[in-house]
Design a protein around this ligand. Structure first.
Ligand code: CO
Length: 263
């Protein structure tokens, strides 16, 4: 048995944001120091962009082929996505397709994204709690910017709000490309008479959306819109993958898969 681990993220072209991924790799390597660990990005656009900048990153399909060609027989694929959205669904399809492929690894198993089962939501909400108290944001609203999607799994954002509410009613999760939008968040903040807000990304890395759509001084950024509504805005420019408490949840999913592989 020759085991390999494939860490799969959406990807980012921001060098600073890539640090978050490196953080994950360090943690995984600590647990599985004698196992080959490789990366793949699911975003075609990001892979193209970083290629034009002289960097090379495989797609999940490319990485799985290379693993097989290099003689690996058992592959643990770990999704580093936040919700089981379109990127995860495509990864499921890729992994399933490889199961059918001749001369491929004997066993390929996939680990779930951050939010999947009820238990993940509970643990992620708890992790968020420790992150927020570490950031000293106790008395202010915390607004998270999630990505959002047209995929049916967009309900995970509204669903996760329920778990956040168990800790605080003033922790609010909105999305850039789905529902709820900032408009709903602002309405909620006004009804709670909140005056100041700590704005944080609810994405693996603080990449393009966090830097531009969330925290920039551009007129339509969340920061600018919130300030225009009279809120005092504080920015925490750190992706979820920069917090050990969150990484632990992805790692637990990987450990589950590794246990099955080693059986
Ligand atoms: Co996007």
């Amino acid at each position: 048995m020759n085991i390999g681990i494939l860490l799969v993220a959406f990807g980012t072209s921001y060098t600073d944001a890539q640090k978050a991924y490196e953080n994950i790799e360090v943690k995984v390597r600590k647990l599985y120091h004698d196992i080959e660990i490789r990366w793949a990005y699911t975003s075609n656009l990001i892979r193209k962009k970083i290629k034009s900048e002289g960097q090379q990153m495989d797609s999940p399909a490319e990485a799985l082929s290379k693993f097989a060609a290099d003689g690996y027989t058992h592959i643990a694929v770990q999704s580093l996505h936040v919700i089981p959205g379109i990127e995860y669904e495509t990864l499921v399809e890729t992994v399933n397709a490889f199961k059918q492929m001749p001369k491929n690894a004997e066993v390929t198993l996939l680990g779930e994204p951050l939010l999947f089962h009820h238990k993940d939501m509970v643990e992620t909400a708890k992790a968020i709690k420790s992150i927020i108290s570490a950031n000293g944001g106790k008395d202010e609203a915390v607004v998270f910017m999630g990505h959002g999607t047209h995929h049916q799994s967009n309900v995970f954002y509204a669903g996760f709000q329920y778990y956040l509410n168990q800790h605080s009613k003033s922790w609010l999760l909105g999305t850039v490309e789905g529902f709820p939008e900032l408009e709903e968040i602002i309405t909620e903040m006004k009804s709670q008479k909140l005056k100041s807000v700590n704005l944080m990304p609810f994405m693996s890395v603080a990449g393009d959306h966090a830097q531009n759509d969330m925290g920039s001084d551009e007129e339509d950024s969340w920061k600018s819109q919130l300030e225009a509504e009279g809120f005092k805005v504080n920015i925490t420019m750190k992706g979820l993958a920069e917090y050990d408490e969150i990484i632990q949840i992805w790692i637990k999913h990987l450990q589950k898969v590794m246990k099955k592989l080693e059986q």
